[in-house]
Each structure stands twice: as structure tokens, then as C-alpha cells.
Ligand binder design. Sequence first.
Ligand SMILES: NC(=O)c1ccc[n+]([C@@H]2O[C@H](COP(=O)([O-])OP(=O)(O)OC[C@H]3O[C@@H](n4cnc5c(N)ncnc54)[C@H](OP(=O)(O)O)[C@@H]3O)[C@@H](O)[C@H]2O)c1
Length: 261
Amino acid sequence: MVNVNERFSVEGKNVIITGSSQGIGRETAEQFAHEGANVVVTSRSQETIEEVADGINDSDAPGRAIAVECDVRERESVEALVEATVEEFGSVDSMINNAGASFMAGFDDISENGWKTIVDINLHGTFHGAQVAGQQMQEQDDGGTIINFASVAGTEGSQYMSHYGAAKAAVVNLTASLSANYAPHDIRVNCIAPGLVGTAGVASQMGINPADVDREDIDKEMGLPAEIADLTQFLASEASSYIVGETITAQGVPPLEDSNI
Ligand SMILES: NC(=O)c1ccc[n+]([C@@H]2O[C@H](COP(=O)([O-])OP(=O)(O)OC[C@H]3O[C@@H](n4cnc5c(N)ncnc54)[C@H](OP(=O)(O)O)[C@@H]3O)[C@@H](O)[C@H]2O)c1
């Protein structure tokens, strides 16, 4: 008889979550550690990721956390992240390419530099994370999971974030191609496309004070970071073993009027 709880478990897995200083990434790191995974908390802000990792290590979470600074736009930085993970935990079992960024602007107001920055973080960052971690997993020869982050902006388009939408659409496509490359190595690649989720990142894009994001002023139509963390855990666990190369949308009841994210 199959133990269902075990199938959904991430206990004992060594997991990198890019962009885990705040928002969905932070929630995911905390949840995974409470579920018994060892987590690598990483972003460009050393001080913040140390706070997050210390918070996990000081809690009753059975999993351990380390903080490793990384800019996903730089391949060497991602290589150092994977190296540090292997040095500390011995392997990379799951790579969650969650780091992302955007700003709102009409198409004609997007500068060359703004366009390239958003494509760099969202698309090249995912390429670096997937390839560097994927090669490490192939070396380990014990399978693994890679979870990319797209957006409904990438599946449906976005009037005020065309740069971001284009980069996220490419992440959806990359997920499908990558999954075909990595399936023979038992590395499952999938992608999550959230709708509007109440995080500090979204708040600043929408001009809301990030301090208000902790629910009270958030419209009920926004998802919670924990709801995305649950889906991420499912995709990192054996419970999703027959799901490969998919982009799963999580956006509550569509359409979310005026969200356009
Ligand atoms: N929240 C939503 O409504 C929503 C909707 C659709 C898709 N998404 C996607 O879901 C993911 C998480 O979203 P979120 O709202 O939780 O984001 P968020 O609150 O804005 O946090 C973004 C995270 O990414 C990190 N980051 C940004 N640029 C980076 C870089 N170059 N290198 C490394 N880390 C970098 C940030 O840390 P530092 O600044 O410290 O580096 C931060 O930890 C993103 O991929 C986002 O595009 C979110």
C-alpha cells in the first residue's frame, strides 16, 4: 500500500530556492524546512537571506538552512551557489528557479536597458539555474526536480509588463524543451504560472506599502505565498511523478480584473 504522506514529502531533500529573501521564495524555504528539507536561502541581499536562514535554524523546523548570496544573472554566481550547496548538504535534489522581477510601464515607455534587465533576471536567470543545477543532478545520477517560475503574464500577455510577459513566456517554452532533455536523467522539470499573489514585490509594483501585504489590505482575490508554496512542494515531491514539462497556473478564479500581472 502506498503511503500518501510520504509521496507528498520533501523530507531529507536538499533544495535551492532562488529569490528567497521575501515573498513566495521565502515562504517556500520556510515551509520546506518545516517539512524536513534542507534549504538554501538565496538572493542578492546577504543580510536579509541570513535573517531568513537564522529564523529557520532558530525555529523547530527539522530541516536546516544556509544563506548564500547569488545574482541569478551571473552564471559564476549560480555556479558558486550550487557548489556551496553541495559542500554543505552533499547534493542538489531540487532547484526552484523562483527569482524574478518586473516593473510596470506601457510598451513605448520601456527602455532598452529596462527590457534587457527584466529578460536577464527572469529568463537568463532561469537558464543559469536550470543548467547549472541540472548538470549537478546529472553528475549525482539520482534524479531530481527543477521548478521554474513563469506568470499568467507569460501565458496571457500583459499590457503594462510586456517585457516581463515575454520573458515568462520564454520560461514556459524553456520548461517544455528542458524537460525533454532532462527526462532521460530522471530530472523532472515543471513550471508554475501564478496569478496575483500578495507579496512585497507585487505591492511595490502596484504602489502599495509592502508592510500592508500581510493580508489586511489585500484583496481576497490575491493568492497567498503559502498557496504557491504548496504547489511547489507538490512538484518537488514524488506525488507529481507523472507530471513532466508542464506549466501549472495558480490564479484562483479567473479572470482577475485589473490585475494584469
Ligand atoms: N507575486 C505575484 O503576484 C507573482 C505573479 C506571477 C509570477 N510571480 C513570479 O513568482 C516569483 C516570486 O514572486 P514574488 O512576488 O514572491 O517576488 P518578490 O517578492 O518580488 O521577490 C523576488 C525575489 O527575487 C529576488 N531577486 C530579484 N532579482 C534577483 C537576481 N538578479 N538574482 C537573485 N535574486 C533576485 C529578490 O531578492 P533580492 O532583491 O534580494 O535579490 C526576491 O527574493 C517571481 O519569479 C515572480 O515573477 C509572482
